[in-house]
Each structure stands twice: as C-alpha cells, then as structure tokens.
Design a protein around this ligand. Structure first.
Ligand SMILES: Nc1ncnc2c1ncn2[C@@H]1O[C@H](COP(=O)(O)OP(=O)(O)OP(=O)(O)O)[C@@H](O)[C@H]1O
Ligand SMILES: [Mg+2]
Length: 173
C-alpha cells in the first residue's frame, strides 16, 4: 500500500532553509506531511516550543499538505498514533549519516512497520544546521542566507540571549 503520510520530526531551533528544502521535497513525495517539533529533548533550545512552532507555521503556510505539530516521548509511538508509516529525515554530511542510521535502526527495532526515508537538501542548503545559525547569530554574522526573513528577525531579537549563552559556554571550558 502506498504511503500517504510522512512525519518529519526535529528540534527546529530555529527552522532553517535546509529544513524548508526537506519539507518541500517531502510535500512533493507524500500526500500529507506532518512537521513535528520535539518537546522533551536533551538539548536546551534557544527558542521555546511555542516560538519554534510559530516560526514553522509561518514558513510552511504556503504548503497546503503540510501541517505543524509537537510531540513528546518516542517518535515511533507518535507516528503510530497518527496512523503513519513513514519518518522523513534529512541527510547532510557523513556525521549526520552515522547518527541518522543509528536512529533509523533503533526506530525499526521498536516499530518494524515504520520506515525511515532520507532526503538530501539541494547542494546550496546542504551544509546549513541550526547550530551553525545560532552561533553565527551570536557573533552578529549575516544569517539571512540561511533562514527565511521572519526567522532572521527573531534571531536578531534574541541576539543578547545568544551572546550570553555563548559566554556561559566559554566559561565551562
Ligand atoms: N541543511 C539540511 N539539509 C538536509 N537535512 C537537514 C538540514 N538541516 C537539518 N536537516 C535534517 O533535519 C532533521 C531535523 O534536524 P534538527 O531539527 O536537529 O536540525 P539541526 O540543523 O540538526 O539542528 P541542530 O544544529 O540544533 O542539531 C534531521 O534529520 C537533520 O539531519
Ligand atoms: Mg542536529
């Protein structure tokens, strides 16, 4: 039976042009896509869950078959609850490959009926990560090339907090 629904889980702290590229590709492959923001993650996010959801909703509003939700707990339980069979993930570098494949095998062990599908963003977006964006923004770098304009504005508004985080990080070393 063809797969109709794909779930794209992530932290999206914040959503980047790389994420958007993956979302666009997914929206062309599947009838319905749920972009899902993780709640209980080990990372301490810069943006609150509400902020991350709001940004995701703003930048995906033009895709009629994409909706944005949040989830907590195991991703496979969440996908099952939605009646989905596909987890969509993006691949960038070799370091992604190792983590992503490990996660895909773990998820297959928990839920053999759910398949992880990987897509690559276009080459120009392929090196972008949220961490790179947060670090560049903390150093007042021009991040407009990496994120949609509304996200760039929010990053600028967080500049002070970002600088503080960067300083705290340095203290721990
Ligand atoms: N530029 C990109 N190209 C392809 N896939 C991407 C890109 N950026 C993120 N992804 C993929 O999107 C999914 C969700 O990623 P996530 O929300 O952790 O973003 P991230 O950029 O890795 O954030 P962080 O740097 O905070 O870890 C992962 O499968 C990740 O590999
Ligand atoms: Mg990551």
């Amino acid at each position: 039976m063809p797969h109709r629904l794909a779930v794209y889980p992530g932290t999206f702290d914040p959503v980047s042009n790389g994420h958007l590229d993956v979302i666009e590709r997914g929206s062309q492959l599947f009838e319905q896509m749920v972009v899902s923001c993780a709640v209980n993650i080990s990372k301490q996010p810069l943006f609150s869950l509400d902020e991350r959801l709001e940004m995701l909703r703003e930048v995906t509003a033009s895709f009629p078959n994409v909706r944005v939700e949040s989830f907590s707990g195991m991703v496979v339980d969440y996908v099952r609850a939605l009646g989905g069979k596909v987890i969509l993930r993006g691949l960038r570098t070799f370091s992604d490959y190792e983590n992503e494949v490990q996660m895909a095998y773990a998820n297959r062990t928990f839920a053999p009926e759910i398949e992880t599908v990987f897509v690559c963003a276009s080459l120009e977006e392929s090196f972008i990560s949220s961490r790179l964006i947060r670090e560049a923004a903390a150093l007042d770098g021009d991040i407009s090339r990496f994120v949609p304009p509304s996200v760039a504005d929010r990053l600028r508004a967080k500049a002070q907090k970002l600088k503080g985080d960067l300083k705290d990080h340095g203290k721990g070393r």
